[in-house]
Unconditional design. Sequence first.
Length: 334
Amino acid sequence: MTLRIANFDEQPLGEFDPELADAVRFGDADRVSDLLASGADPDAVDSQGEHVLLIALRYEHPEIATKLVSHGARTDSATASGASPLWLASTLGFESAVRALVAAGASVNEAARDHSTPMSAALQAGHWSMAEFLRQMGGVVLKQDEFHSEMDRSYAAPGFRMATADTQEFRSAIAELQDTFDLKIVPNADCPGTYVCDGDALHQSENLQTRVREMSYSLIYDQLSSDSSPEHWILLPTDDKYPIIREIGPYSDRSGSDNQGLIWMLVDIDKESPFELIGCGSTFVHGQFRADLKDPDELAAHLMAVSPMTAKCFESTENLSTYMARTRTLPVYC
């Protein structure tokens, strides 16, 4: 693995080209194309010595950045803080630019001065599929980057891609469930590769979830009606719980829009008391423990402390502890 800290002072400078630099800065893609076609240097710099590729990324013009890369722009330039083009594209979520840079030979492990690599920048920004792509390309998180190393510890890989998991085997399993439990199961138009399920068995038959888990699939419901029964369920071909939580929810003050705080908590619980995911929605996660809890009181006290909505639902640590010990179910409300 090649690893180095990007250094602005050591980078080779291109020609000073104010016309190209301005066109890039203001996002004039047509003018950039004309200038490049007329022989402008894709490694040109502005009056501050910054490469136009970095300017395109900093000013959030990913299509121009990709164009510059396709015309041979260097991938080893850096900002004054040591951010490489790949680092910038990763933290800003520009997937097309990230892929173009990697294809052009950009180092996936060229770290900024704070020791954050492009992969750790993607993790920090919540761009999970991009982080997974960088991981597949050899990306790592440095031990010196303590915050991101902790985040990487709980990052579930490989990332789950719903559409590609929609196999013939999965469709055969759907047909079996549909016949056995008298369900209506139809493709989910909003999310290719998943299926919306409806039928009384969703609300009444515990055997349904047992059968699904035996198939190594998961039934995930993403909405609740007023009586706390699922309005509908989504069938996903996976038993990898953390990508599911990222895809569907939930969203809380603790977890933020990327759910990473919640996932950290669940990873720690899973170490001591392994559980299977049986439900996930915009405001909750439900898990089924594989064995009796060793210390339900301690876990209940932890959940009551970190999840105000769980505390509100169960009112006391004793109530939550008794519920988890009796049902072997993990409830987290956000």
